[in-house]
Write a protein that binds this ligand. Sequence first.
Ligand code: ZN
Length: 245
Amino acid sequence: MPRILAILALFAAMLGATVTTQVVTATKAHADGCYTWNRPLSQGTSGEDVRQLQIRVAGYPGYGGHIATDGVFGPATKAAVARFQTAYGLTSDGIAGAATFTKLYALQDDDCTPIHFTYAELDDGCGGSGYDGGPLSEAATKANALQTMWQLEALRHALGDKALTLSSGFRSIPCNRQVGGASNSEHLYGRSADVIGVHSFCTIVKQARYHGFGGILGPGYPGHNDHAHIDIRSSNFWSAPSCGI
Ligand code: ZN
């Protein structure tokens, strides 16, 4: 019971009144503007609701790991849910129930992006806007961007909830060419973010290793002394020699 309710209950008890806390604990009935889960999810379950959960805990695979967003709740998803719960002070049992969903609802906007990141922010666009013009469909690119943002949210939280400012994100093919990006750049697929901001680049790239980022490039890697590049490719390619990576 939240402290305020405990205090209210105490007052009510002193007055001889009957106390009910049903209104605030009825998380099952919660409807969220983005997505609403309708059952607890634990290892062995599968479906779209599991996949939606996996996207949101993709930033919690443990060091060097990656969460498959395949809709199948296996041991890796369980461990990721448990790490997410620990990160937010919840009971860490690896089962997504009311408390976990309530935290996820609090962390997401109505367009399903995490509260501290937006599609617009992750769209570099070279002055344009939107997620078209890459090798993938706009929908597939945006889906990648969404997962990238959830992993960024995990990274941001782990670094003390201070701002992570992005200097680049999705790039269309012409945009990538314009900025001199690699022809196979992860930026083309909506999977990348270039991070600047209050933390040192080394702090960012070191911590990123714990949040499912397969691509990590930072100080000492050619062209990466002024930002931390991170992307959600599923094999690890890390290089930031000045940071000891
Ligand atoms: Zn980059």
